[in-house]
Write a protein that binds this ligand. Sequence first.
Ligand code: AMP
Length: 420
Amino acid sequence: MLFNQLELIEPLLKAVSEEGYTKPTPIQQQAIPVVLQKRDLLACAQTGTGKTAAFSIPLLQLMHQQIEKHPQKSKNIRALILTPTRELAIQIGENISAYGKYLNTRHTVIFGGVNQFHQVSAIRKGVDILVATPGRLLDLIQQRIISLNQIEWLVLDEADRMLDMGFVKDVKRIIALLPAQRQTLFFSATMPVEIQDLSDSLLKNPMRVEITPPATTVELIEQSVYHVEKADKQDLVFDLMKDKNIKSALVFTRTKHGADRLAKWLTKNGIRTEAIHGNKSQNFRQAALASFKSGRTRILVATDLAARGIDIDELTHVINFELPNIPETYVHRIGRTGRAGASGKAISFCSSDERVFLKDIQKLIKKTIPAINDHRFKSMPSIVAEPKMPATTQMHKSNRTSKRHQHNSGKRREIVLMKK
Ligand code: AMP
């Protein structure tokens, strides 16, 4: 199927083609006609499937048609796109600018963590489409700078993330302020019960579109796991980066502190690395992201929240420095590479205390992630995972493993010392 079979208007087709899109992705093929028919939509699709264009393009078309019908400029916001993070908000804004560049629709993006001045002046000039994160939106509503009583379209993006990040209450408060008569487009990568309930309360007779559940959207991504103890993980990243095929790697750490520590260490060792997380200012995060996208920075270390929605077309590798304890998070993380049909690589580090997470992940994705055994930090999980065994027995057992392995496992290193 081609974009021109989707009954899109010429200015949109032209913009989409200039973006280099040749064919609509499956979510776009299914969602665009539904939105254009003005029906509510419940879409189960994760980032990387082209979901932003799936709602932005038809929304721009409907908005454009409305503006043509009522050309007098209205100061009322008519479409609201709610999204959990500022990065995601900015990216949606950039996509709308790109797709809508031959249209007269006006949009702006608001998010917290920065001064509201420019956001407020943009809103005062008048916007048709507002992209917002929940906190800043509620703030500006309370200040009476924004009114939602003329909203005709609501897009709820990454609803499951809203839940994870504790925004559902805010979202419900916002929704209570919207006119009942509206078209609602609901996007979520996963459908836990609370999200199902939320969608039931928001949507009227929706068309349900499901793009391969998250567990199977990762098929194009080449996955591997390195069994390595905590203390050796930094060195292992360093070793891996000797491979020039790793052009850009997004490295996930569990904590902000861990992200900073790793970035500092890699930079000190000659690999230009930046870290982004919630404690960094918005300006810093944008600059770090720009530097990474341009290729100046080879590694970007991020926490899950900071990385949410980061849209980097050419990302070749995702490295899980620590495995997430929620298996779905693994799928979200590795979905940063292999976007819109491209292949990518996902490398995970698994220390003995993370083996249980690996098990859960493999259960979710219904496959065993191949282990790479040929590296100098290889830990022997079967031995390390027996913490209650007396040291003497462990010593005996590790004697059977190669000297190199003994030396490189954090735990066994202690044992070797004891033996001496
Ligand atoms: P999303 O799922 O919205 O985060 O989009 C993932 C990536 O796919 C973005 O970089 C988009 O620019 C890109 N993209 C979206 N639609 C298409 C398409 N039809 N063809 C090629 N790339 C696309």
